[in-house]
Design a protein around this ligand. Structure first.
Ligand code: SAH
Length: 231
């Protein structure tokens, strides 16, 4: 079955965006995944087609109306795809969650705008709030595109070389080792000799050691207790 993404948004023209080019774009053309952007405004019922209203309790900005959003969500076939709401209050997105999503039939993603969405629709439609980081975007669309980018690239057959997805930052619990390519000398800096030695065991050992060193320096929070002890 083809992986199918349905995105609920006030800006459907933002999709597929960058996912329409390069590897993801070619996979989209080949039908290896599909995307459907649904205009939330089409579900507004008043004559002004309004989708937002002032926040209860006062304060700045506007809030996406729960009735309009619920109708938009209910227009989508009730299948077993997870229903996400992009939200800075959500659980931080991880490669683990990306893998889970990529292994399923697809995903439904709600993109917030303004100050966010009415809390009651999050609860009533059981939306899983997902954050892409501790900063505030102006809308959920770039967050949805980011999540889909991470998911689509690991759908079988999408990446040119399926193996290249296996040795990346986070996949082994560590950040990835540094990369080098020709020329042999760049502005006086040489490629580490071991990488051109042809000794595959030594190369593997060097890469693992570099990955551990980088992770210790930059992201010690990723290390397990045993990795912390390792020399
Ligand atoms: N007032 C809200 C922010 C609203 S930003 C707050 O302080 O929590 C408007 C919309 O952008 C949000 O509804 C959400 O859909 C999206 N968004 C903003 N930052 C995001 C992030 N870090 N991760 C995921 N979605 C985000």
């Amino acid at each position: 079955m083809t992986f199918k993404a349905t995105v609920l948004t006030l800006y459907p023209e933002m999709f597929p965006g960058h996912l329409g080019v390069s590897l993801a774009g070619r996979a989209l053309e080949r039908g290896q995944w599909a995307i459907d952007a649904v205009q939330i405004r089409d579900f507004a019922s008043d004559k002004h087609r309004s989708v937002d209203d002032t926040p209860a309790g006062g304060g700045a900005g506007m809030v996406l109306k729960p009735d309009v959003l619920a109708s938009a969500i209910d227009s989508i076939a009730d299948d077993n795809r997870p229903r996400l709401l992009m939200s800075p209050r959500g659980k931080p997105l991880s490669q683990k969650r990306v893998r889970e999503i990529a292994s399923g039939d697809g995903v439904v993603i709600v993109c917030g705008r303004f100050e966010g969405v009415d809390q009651r629709v999050i609860e009533a439609r059981n939306l899983e709030e997902v954050s892409i980081g501790d900063y505030i975007l102006s809308g959920g669309e770039p967050a949805a595109l980011t999540l889909l980018d991470a998911v689509v690239r690991i759908i079988p057959g999408v990446m040119g070389n399926d193996l290249s997805g296996l040795h990346e930052s986070f996949e082994g619990g560590l950040l990835e080792h540094p990369h080098y390519t020709r020329p042999q000398v760049f502005e006086g800096r040489e490629i580490p000799a071991v990488l051109t030695s042809g000794n595959h065991a030594a190369i593997e050992k060097w890469r693992n050691a570099e990955a551990l060193k980088l992770t210790r320096e930059r992201r010690p929070d990723l290390l397990s207790e045993s990795q912390k002890q390792q020399k």
